[in-house]
Write a protein that binds this ligand. Structure first.
Ligand SMILES: Nc1ncnc2c1ncn2[C@@H]1O[C@H](COP(=O)(O)OP(=O)(O)OP(=O)(O)O)[C@@H](O)[C@H]1O
Length: 393
């Protein structure tokens, strides 16, 4: 969708000094979100502005959907590209609705249709058009202004979005909120996005892939798990930080293969069945499922044992206090385990009405981290670390 071929940009015409962008080649697939991250002055903004021809390369070529952008009229080109910048650049004397409708208006849409589209977009970015549409930019918070900036960039439904530190000017809490909203939005609209940031946390959270910049060059161009798990150079390792293992927790999803299979009993089973099962598997607890194989709770050896215990599993089962859907991150799993002081966490499949899939244990979590980068799998032999018994609380 976007392809850079040996692109260099020198600001000094003589070409003596170092290039702001030096022989850059990479490709962004359709619907992919690539974050460009690196220290100040490394060439991120220059890279981005060459895509909508606010800056012309000194040499090399850039293609959009296979078309060399040097051959496209810049005004026509920019209609295909939404642009969001930190200093939003809203028109102060226009209302929020008018600001959002700017591009459809420039494209000659009828007034009613442009406003209708603007209202739709405001809604999409979480601003109620009836409450905010008639306000002026100065009557909005920083976070709300950024949302208007995103809505405006999306208004003419361009296939490509360029975003230059769009959430840089808001406080960390609002920033995280805007990031979540943007991810939700992106999963619905699937634009091809180049997103500039100097914040590695943001790059990791948002990017399908991350381009880590050194001076004018990309040092590594990989998915977040790979950048965090196997930094390509000491520079990248230093840039992503010594706590990259922790950061990886937040980008690695739980997969069915990470799960252990503890003994399972059903609510209608007699207690003796549960006792037999626990004894046979030398386990201290079992997961309890209902008739539809959905998670009901759990039952411990201490609840089934003892003389004269009668009744069904359902009558003695304990409520499951926490569980997670498959696909949740390892960070969520770890945090849930800590919060509930639990040695394991049940994982269900939300897409099939909550079917129980297995449990994640600390050992499973460790394995999941190891499989999260291919390079890890090569570097460390994957010994079988299956637990002999699953320990309870
Ligand atoms: N118009 C210009 N004229 C001369 N030099 C420039 C110009 N714009 C940028 N530069 C230089 O090019 C280099 C790359 O700048 P660029 O703005 O692309 O970096 P950046 O990674 O986006 O930085 P930041 O995170 O600080 O915005 C810097 O050394 C900068 O000083």
């Amino acid at each position: 969708m976007i392809r850079f071929e040996h692109v260099t940009k020198r600001y000094d015409s003589g070409g003596e000094g170092s290039a702001a962008v030096d022989d850059l080649s990479f490709e962004v697939a359709e619907g992919e979100l690539v974050t460009l991250v690196g220290p100040s002055g490394c060439g991120k903004t220059t890279t981005m502005k060459m895509v909508n021809r606010l800056i012309e390369p000194t040499s090399g070529r850039i293609f959009l959907d296979g078309e060399d952008i040097a051959t496209i009229d810049p005004v026509r080109l920019r209609r295909r590209i939404g642009y969001v910048i930190q200093q939003v650049g809203l028109f102060p004397h226009k209302t929020v609705l008018e600001n959002t409708a700017t591009v459809p208006h420039l494209l000659g849409w009828k007034r009613g249709k442009a406003k209708e589209r603007a209202a739709e977009l405001l809604d999409l970015v979480g601003l109620d058009p009836s409450a905010f549409g008639d306000r002026y930019p100065e009557q909005l918070s920083g976070g709300q202004r950024q949302r208007v900036g995103v809505a405006r960039a999306l208004a003419a439904d361009p296939p490509v979005l360029l975003m230059d530190e769009p959430f840089g000017a808001v406080d960390p809490v609002v920033r995280e909120h805007l990031q979540s909203e943007f991810l939700r939005l992106q999963s619905a609209v699937r634009k091809t996005v180049l997103f500039v940031t100097h914040d590695i946390e943001e790059a990791v959270r948002l990017g399908d892939r991350i381009a880590v910049y050194g001076q004018g060059r990309i040092e590594q161009f990989d998915p977040p798990t790979t950048v965090l798990g196997s930094p390509a150079t000491p520079y990248v390792a230093d840039f992503v930080g010594a706590d990259r293992g922790l950061k990886r927790l937040s980008v690695t999803p739980i997969e069915p293969g990470d799960l252990e299979q503890p003994p399972v009993v059903h609510v209608d089973d007699p207690l003796s069945t549960a006792a037999d099962r626990l004894r046979a598997e030398d386990a201290r607890w079992a997961v309890v499922l209902d008739g539809d194989n959905n998670l009901h709770g759990w039952i411990g050896a201490e609840h089934v044992g003892g003389e004269g215990r009668a009744g069904t599993v359902g009558e003695h089962a304990r409520r499951m206090e926490a569980w997670l859907p498959v696909g949740a991150t390892l960070k969520q799993a770890f945090s849930t385990m800590l919060q509930h002081d639990a040695g394991w966490i049940a994982v269900i499949d939300e897409r099939s009405e909550g079917r129980f899939l297995g449990v994640l244990t600390p050992a499973g979590l460790h394995e999941a981290l190891r499989r999260s980068t291919a390079a890890d799998a090569q570097a460390i032999p994957r010994t079988d670390v299956a637990l002999e018994t699953v320990s309870g609380r």
